[in-house]
Design a binder for this molecule. Sequence first.
Ligand code: GAR
Length: 209
Amino acid sequence: RAKVAVLISGTGSNMAALLYASRREDCPYEIVLVGSNDPAAKGLKLAEAEGVATFALPHKGMKRAEHDAAMEAAVLKAGADYIALAGYMRILSPEFVSRWEGHMLNIHPSLLPKYKGLDTHARAMEAGDSHAGCSVHLVTAELDDGPVLGQTPVAILPGDTPETLAGRVLYAEHQLYSRTLEDLVSRPFSADWLLEKVGALALSLPEAE
Ligand code: GAR
């Protein structure tokens, strides 16, 4: 099974969804580490109780590159070959990201490319959208910008607040994330597969000699 490290900053409900999906005998991945930049992140306690190794290192007072290097060392020590960001609220250094390109996923609470960044649900509501939703994408150096591998739209209801909407989008996130991660780890990484998956992606491949 593919070995996955999950990085969180808070509740960790997506991490829990990934973990419980991995209990299925035929699930093609296992969670080998849950890491966090916040030692108080609720999800760490759950991971510990479920027997998953954890690593927590507060980022305060550390340079981004130093903090990333320590997180990456923990990920490598755990033997992970994929990283799933699940509510990890830190921007990663480009060096870290480029080393894991094609092997690092993020879940974002909007229908990308709409509403990158924060306050996604309030922005979807203000724009009068009929649907909000969530996306799982490969992580690249630009924030919330990598190839989208899966999306689920979620209707915005009359009387919704950003919080009630976020709650419903979370149900969709929990389904989408494990499905997309299973999909990714089940296939050998190839540009062909990526092209098929993300459609007309402008991949510039070097010319053969
Ligand atoms: C999720 O809604 C996730 O999409 C979002 O944070 C929440 C984490 O919840 N991520 C981002 O906003 C990333 N920019 P969880 O800790 O319960 O999984």
